[in-house]
Write a protein that binds this ligand. Structure first.
Ligand SMILES: NC(=O)C1=CN([C@@H]2O[C@H](COP(=O)(O)OP(=O)(O)OC[C@H]3O[C@@H](n4cnc5c(N)ncnc54)[C@H](OP(=O)(O)O)[C@@H]3O)[C@@H](O)[C@H]2O)C=CC1
Ligand SMILES: Nc1c(N[C@@H]2O[C@H](COP(=O)(O)O)[C@@H](O)[C@H]2O)[nH]c(=O)[nH]c1=O
Length: 373
């Protein structure tokens, strides 16, 4: 029985959270169906892309329990879809089911459809309330990458760094495994799971031969692995070319040019996709790469685990929205910094972030900070 609005939206958002690592590139949405007395008659969340949305799952659950959704209130975290994508519109399903009222936490940020679902439901005689406020913000926060892709044509870029207390991410000789403890590393995988892609630089692949997959926490999906590799130096034997998941190599050379055609062929034979995005100084254009990831690969959240050079370039170009920093209670002295940029000539040039979270994870600290405009 959910009579209280906060309780019902808490449940709706908890359902939506269950779509993390499942529904990408579709948004994470939850739906609760309530009878007139507040009894929950069905609930659901978005499934894999191409499969049922939250509203359909909730209607199915009600019917499977022998309960009639006619006259019910549907509580949804995001406006029901009104268009034919890979599945038919949820609005039509709610209308056909005879739902009397719909409470919506947030509108859909997709400019082509925003507000249309609400209009369509109202046109069918359903009472619709756009609740917004704190619940609208919570629905948006859970889908921060989807909103970013729809509103800016860019993924939400989260840079993960594992560092010592004195800010070192590796020793001078490149050794870095491991600075943080097992709990922090598993937590890092939970953040990888939220992302449509994990991005790194060729320097990290050379030094660490990382896998960059999600394996320390369960996940239905694996993120795309992306390597910034201007000169196409990635070795076909690199571990990240092994399953699971796909790999995209971003280079600045024509991959089919005479000199690198055989290297390109070897990478393609290994299952990698290559994209040529040349920028200044014969390096990959990082801004165009982010656009490519949003537009072509439909990446909502981009998780970066790169070394100091690529981190520095991304930060300096204001391409990072959020920092996810794990701090280990150790000092490493001289070594590689978090991000190589500068030197700045004045403190007013500092890249400014605001802390949004701090938590102890095992023996380490996890800090979250967002870029200040
Ligand atoms: N503790 C931690 O959280 C982590 C630590 N590490 C450590 O970091 C070290 C590796 O660092 P690093 O060598 O800096 O590796 P990076 O992952 O930063 O890769 C460096 C490469 O990134 C590319 N790059 C940098 N800037 C640009 C730009 N503006 N445009 C396009 N491409 C760019 C360059 O590739 P190209 O030359 O092809 O243009 C450069 O060689 C290792 O010791 C590793 O263990 C790595 C990841 C995380
Ligand atoms: N050293 C370091 C991290 N390093 C990051 O993890 C990558 C290895 O990923 P994988 O091969 O999937 O296990 C490595 O290349 C680097 O990006 N991460 C952490 O949580 N803590 C650490 O101390």
């Amino acid at each position: 029985m959910l009579n209280d609005r906060d309780a019902v939206f808490t449940r709706t958002l908890a359902l939506a959270e269950q779509a993390i690592g499942l529904s990408d590139p579709n948004p994470r949405v939850g739906c609760v169906l309530l009878a007139a007395d507040g009894a929950v008659i069905g609930e659901g969340h978005t499934q894999r892309a191409g499969e049922a949305h939250a509203e359909i799952m909730a209607l199915r659950a009600a019917r499977a329990a022998g309960l009639d959704p006619r006259g019910a209130t549907a509580v949804v975290s995001l406006e029901p879809c009104s268009h034919h994508g890979r599945t038919p519109p949820c609005c039509d399903a709610l209308v056909e089911a005879g739902v009397a009222r719909v409470l919506v936490a947030s509108t859909d940020p997709n400019p082509q459809v925003a507000g249309r679902g609400i209009e369509r439901l109202r046109a069918a005689g359903i009472e619709v309330e756009l609740v917004g406020g704190a619940w609208g913000m919570a629905a948006r926060e859970l889908n921060i990458g989807f909103f970013s892709r729809m509103e800016r044509g860019l993924p939400w870029v989260r840079l993960k760094i594992a560092a010592s207390l004195d800010g070192r991410t590796a020793l001078e000789n490149g050794a870095s495994q491991w600075i943080t403890g097992p709990e922090a590393r598993a937590d890092g995988h939970a953040w990888r799971r939220r992302a449509g892609a994990v991005l790194t630089g060729i320097g990290t692949v050379r030094d660490d031969d990382p896998r960059l997959d999600v394996r320390l926490v369960p996940s239905a999906l694996q993120p795309l692995r992306v390597v910034v590799d201007s000169r196409l130096e990635l070795a076909p034997a690199a571990r990240l070319l092994a399953p699971p998941g796909l790999v995209l190599v971003a280079c600045a050379l024509d991959p089919d040019g005479a000199e690198q055609a055989s290297r390109a062929a070897a990478l393609r034979d290994g299952g990698a996709e290559l994209v040529c995005l040349p920028g200044a100084g014969n390096k990959v254009d990082l801004g165009r790469l982010l656009q490519h990831l949003a537009e072509r690969e439909q990446v909502n959240e981009l998780h970066i685990e790169a070394g100091h050079k690529l981190n520095g370039s991304l930060l300096r170009a204001s391409l990072v929205d959020e920092l996810l920093v794990y701090l280990a209670p150790t000092l490493l002295g001289l070594g590689r910094e978090m991000a190589a940029f500068g030197p700045l000539s004045s403190l007013t040039e500092a890249l400014a972030f605001g802390f949004t979270g701090v938590e102890r994870v095992g023996a380490d600290l996890r800090l979250l900070a967002r870029r200040r405009e």
